[in-house]
Design a protein around this ligand. Structure first.
Ligand SMILES: [Zn+2]
Ligand SMILES: [Zn+2]
Length: 125
């Protein structure tokens, strides 16, 4: 059995409290705010472990780094190119599209990756 380290526990707490996917830097920042000394390597190791266990999902938004979030319900993201805000977005149409692909092409979709880039409501005015 693996020991639940304070860092591991605190990262779980952080991921539970965030509404948008976070990067390694944000995780380290949070750990530091909780007075937990840590380093990039340790955080990477923990988060990769979470990823392999299916606890978190990771996404790549063309930033040259991964972002992580808890693997809750399947959803997509709306990414603002002005302020960088990332919002969750859920829509059943995409599941229907997968069914349509199977019907029309006999292709069984296992998963997809779909992110929307644009300008959020706040940044439009
Ligand atoms: Zn914005
Ligand atoms: Zn999300």
């Amino acid at each position: 059995m693996e020991r639940k380290t304070p860092a591991k526990k605190t990262i779980s707490e952080f991921l539970n409290s965030t509404v948008s996917p976070v990067d390694i830097e944000q995780i380290i920042e949070y750990l530091r705010s909780k007075n937990l000394k840590t380093n990039k390597v340790t955080v990477y190791r923990i988060i990769e472990h979470f990823y392999k266990e299916g606890i978190v999902t990771r996404l790549e938004l063309g930033e040259g780094k991964f972002r992580y979030e808890l693997n809750r319900n399947h959803h997509h993201h709306l990414i603002c190119q002005k302020c960088g805000k990332i919002e969750d977005f859920k829509d059943v149409t995409i599941q229907e599209l997968e069914k349509k692909i199977f019907k029309q092409r006999g292709f069984l979709v296992k998963y997809h990756s779909l992110e929307f880039f644009g300008i959020c409501k706040n940044c439009q005015g």
